[in-house]
Design a protein around this ligand. Sequence first.
Ligand SMILES: NC(=O)c1ccc[n+]([C@@H]2O[C@H](COP(=O)([O-])OP(=O)(O)OC[C@H]3O[C@@H](n4cnc5c(N)ncnc54)[C@H](OP(=O)(O)O)[C@@H]3O)[C@@H](O)[C@H]2O)c1
Length: 320
Amino acid sequence: MKEVKVSIFGFGTVGRALVEIVSENPEVVGVKIKVESITDRSGTVWGDFDPLEVKEVKENAGRISALGDYEVYSFKPKELIEEVKPDILVDVSSWDGAFSMYEVALKERVSVVTSNKPPIAEHYDKLRELAEESKAGVYFESTVMAGTPIIGLLRENLLGENIEEILAVLNASTTFILTRMESGKSFEEAFEEAKSLGVLEEDPSKDIDGIDAFYKAKILHWVAYGEPPEKTERVGIREVEDAKNVRLVARVSKGEISVKPRKLEENSPLLVSGVYNAAIIRTNNLGELVLKGKGGGGRVTASGVFTDIVKAALKFPSPR
Ligand SMILES: NC(=O)c1ccc[n+]([C@@H]2O[C@H](COP(=O)([O-])OP(=O)(O)OC[C@H]3O[C@@H](n4cnc5c(N)ncnc54)[C@H](OP(=O)(O)O)[C@@H]3O)[C@@H](O)[C@H]2O)c1
């Protein structure tokens, strides 16, 4: 049995769901997963501790530093890697600047698993280079469509195909607002409802102005073509007046990405509702593939992270 030591960085919705999944499946396909440390903004718990107990304290007191029974360290991200020496760094934080931590990890031959979009969208080429040098890997299934495996499809199963085009609905918050508008609400009313239900990101502009979907489209472009797009376009949903059959659609083709509201055919697989995301992938030999699944939620996102941990432990596929 191969044991891997995992540092969980970030202990919000996804981090806590991940701890549940690891506790339910401590061993999978010959890999034993040991949670070696957990970090939130208040500190790091490290060593021999019960992850479920840490989860309970976090849920009750709001911070890891409230733990009474275990020592809590205030490591800087670099110190975390150097002191804890995990096999795998799992970034389930909302820290936009996490790339600097991945750099340290990869240089120390620590593989990185992440659900955090900006570091991958902005620094994929550098991360790929560092991963090649160190023979550690970078895994990021849950950055796009959460645990619904579009990254695995593109990065592994469709490696030999030419990806001609991807059309996808990748942001459930805008879908929520647009479907409310379809049933008669104004944009402002639907926006306020989404805000009160906690459906929107802390900075709502990330959803409404298509920033979140744009990061995801950029990640898909990196994975499909190995290079950044030359031409980009981003239009949010603020100006939508008639929302009937409209969704915020990302279109990715070689050299180009666009994110904008599009009116869809009545029977389009992209006409999703609720937390569902959907993607149509067109390739040279296969024609059209359709992938639909939940695009968010703690367990759904943590599921992709968990599979990535197993892949990183097995070094599957070989890092590139
Ligand atoms: N939730 C989803 O459905 C979903 C789907 C796909 C991808 N994601 C991505 O997955 C990541 C986690 O999502 P989430 O929903 O779990 O977010 P969340 O509930 O807001 O949790 C974020 C966690 O990150 C921690 N954090 C942020 N900056 C930090 C820093 N500088 N140092 C240490 N800890 C830091 C926060 O610490 P405190 O608790 O101390 O504030 C918190 O525990 C995000 O990048 C998100 O975009 C989420």
